[in-house]
Design a protein around this ligand. Structure first.
Ligand SMILES: Nc1ncnc2c1ncn2[C@@H]1O[C@H](COP(=O)(O)OP(=O)(O)OP(=O)(O)O)[C@@H](O)[C@H]1O
Length: 587
């Protein structure tokens, strides 16, 4: 089984076409999102490049001063651009002046680079934060079905790994742009000194791009697989850890760990590929660069009459140009390694944005009036028709029990009432107003919902009851009392400050349910939905909780989905769901 799953996970590491769509679009995205910062950064990079370029040109008279006789055949040559520049200013280019000028220009370059790269760092940090926030916001606004269509781990990977990698790709791309801009300025300097050398540089650049193309492609592929494998690792780990208790109880670790081991090995393999591609490219640089310089020197010494002073400067600039080209290539490779993560992240963002719930905060504030009415309601999940032609009324201020066999559609019925599941036919009305016309946000804020599977946060009892709300300790205590939970909470070390552990595993299943009931009650709901909420309670506690809940009538309308006989026994109305329809069996 482990082997089959491991093969499946290899398939999951393949690059899907849907995730290709936005790769490489990250620079355009960042430039569009932060035009001023990007423009400022480019301006600073150009300034840094110019400062260094002018500094290099200033080497010409410096070398001329150090090697006064080095001009060779050029002693008769007209003065170069730098000499003309000093002449225009009416300044004698002395050794001290030129050295000072070079130091100043290099300082200016360092400051401009520092400011530019600071901008890059800040923007990268901001970008990853904004992308995370955009995804989290889109997820909170998405239709809840969006979450059941994909592993939660994919979303966790997007918020953590992919957002970080996107920022890294942005920073590396900017660093690549910085090196490229300086390279272009060096090229301009070379052009001033020797157009032939500039032509050689351009041809060499094209040759290098051709030689290093395969390494870049390998790095890109390794990056794509890295992002996909890491997403699979995060998803699988999240799922395994959530189900770790039964896995350990059934001794299935030996079946589960190989799956993760396989993925981590696959990740290591992608890292190895990326390292090989990077280091191979780096290893090729020296011989190729030496070859180009050798050709350049040969041409300069035998085919041209470049004076020695200019030749020395040309060699320095050419060397710097080659160093820049190597850095451009290195940074570009680093950027493409992470570029795919941006595509995956944006795919997750756009999918969540497309799944946005319509009209959550528009429409009439709902009033329960005489109750909730369903007329001809049908619900389908894909091809599967779960409910059809449902006609029923849930009276306000009463307790309605919903019973029926497992899988008959009771929870789906609750999802229809809360507006979480859209109906494929028919209409749901709240106090006579169609659900589509009510303010869904206001409607849901008036609901207290205790689901079948209670999920507590790794936090205190107080935080788990109040959630993000503003409930006081007194209100939390009152809700815990109403839910039959106060007696055990009082006994816990720290009381309300007791931390319930991962998913509430430091308290019992029944205790978790009571905390969840308190969480619903503290909101003072108009409608309280209990979906198998008392299933884990002993008979006495269930009776006590039901008694408290019943006392909330008529201010609160209660719907209790249950297989427990105690719930229909105290309900004002019983509705049985089965075979896709629902009927009132007792009223
Ligand atoms: N998100 C979903 N996507 C596809 N099918 C779903 C989804 N949720 C529920 N179903 C299907 O709809 C049917 C009804 O499910 P529902 O959870 O409403 O049943 P239930 O009566 O509450 O069951 P139980 O008593 O076991 O909790 C089931 O066949 C289930 O497989």
């Amino acid at each position: 089984m482990a082997k089959r799953s491991a093969r499946a996970s290899v398939q999951s590491a393949q690059v899907g076409p849907a995730e290709e769509q936005e790769e490489g679009g990250f620079l355009a995205y960042f430039a569009r999102a932060y035009p001023l910062r990007t423009a400022l950064m480019i301006a600073l990079l150009i300034l840094a490049g110019l400062a260094e370029g002018v500094g290099l040109v200033a080497l010409l008279p410096l070398v001329g001063l150090v090697l006064p006789n080095a001009g060779g055949g050029s002693s008769e040559a007209p003065p170069g651009a730098t000499e003309r520049f000093f002449e225009t200013l009416g300044i004698e280019p002395t050794l001290g002046l030129i050295l000072t000028l070079i130091v100043l220009l290099m300082t200016l370059r360092a400051i401009a680079m520092w400011l530019a790269m600071r901008q890059v760092g800040f923007t990268a940090a901001m970008v990853s934060t904004r992308l995370r926030q955009r995804l989290i916001k889109a997820l909170t606004e998405a239709d809840w079905r969006h979450f059941s269509r994909q592993p939660t781990g994919h979303l966790t990977a997007a918020v953590s790994d992919q957002a970080n990698r996107s920022a890294g790709a942005y920073a590396d791309s900017c660093a690549c742009a910085a090196e490229a801009i300086q390279g272009i300025i060096y090229l301009a300097v070379v052009l001033v000194i020797s157009p032939l050398a500039a032509l050689l540089a351009v041809v060499s650049g094209a040759f290098m791009a051709f030689v290093f193309g395969p390494f870049v492609r390998r790095t890109r592929n390794a990056g794509k697989r890295q992002a996909i494998v890491m997403r699979t690792i995060i998803s699988r780990l999240t799922e395994v850890l959530a189900a770790i208790k039964p896995v350990k109880a059934m001794g299935q670790e030996t079946e589960v760990w190989p799956l993760l081991e396989h993925e981590t090995r696959a990740f290591e393999e992608t890292q190895r590929q990326a390292i090989v591609a990077r280091e191979s490219a780096a290893a090729f640089w020296d011989p190729i660069a030496t070859l180009i310089i050798a050709i350049g020197l040969y041409l300069a010494l035998t085919k041209t009459s470049v004076p020695l002073t200019e030749l020395v400067v040309l060699a320095v600039v050419f060397y710097r140009l080659i160093t820049k080209a190597s850095q451009v290539q290195r940074r570009y490779q680093a950027a493409v390694l992470n570029g795919h993560s941006f595509g995956m992240l944006m795919t997750a963002v756009h999918a969540a944005e497309r799944a946005r719930e319509p009209r959550v905060h528009a429409g009439r504030v709902p009033q329960l009036g005489d109750g909730i009415t369903l007329r001809g309601v049908a619900v389908t999940y894909g091809e599967h028709q779960v409910l059809s032609g449902i006609d029923l009324t849930i009276p306000a201020g009463r307790m309605t029990a919903i019973t029926g066999p497992s899988g008959s559609g009771k929870t789906t019925l609750m999802d229809v009432i809360t507006g979480l599941s859209p109906v494929s036919a028919g209409m749901v009305s709240i106090g006579g107003t169609p659900l589509g016309e009510v303010d869904m946000g206001a409607w849901r804020r008036s609901i207290g919902y205790v689901p079948q599977e209670v999920l507590l946060f790794f936090d205190t009892i107080r935080a788990n009851v109040a959630l993000a709300g503003t409930a006081t300790d007194e209100e939390v205590e009152a809700a815990l009392k109403a839910a039959g939970a106060w007696s055990f909470v009082r006994e816990l070390p720290g009381g309300l400050d007791y931390v319930v552990g991962e998913r509430g595993t430091r308290i019992s299943g029944g205790q978790r349910q009571r905390i969840a009931i308190a969480r619903a009650l503290v909101r003072r709901p108009k409608l309280l939905i209990l979906d198998e909420a008392t299933a884990g309670l002993d008979t006495a506690t269930e009776a006590a909780v039901l008694e408290t809940v019943l006392a909330l009538r008529p201010g609160v309308t209660i719907i209790a989905v249950s297989h427990q006989p105690a719930v229909p026994a105290v309900a004002d109305r019983i509705i049985e769901v089965g075979g896709g329809s629902a009927r009132v069996v007792s009223s």
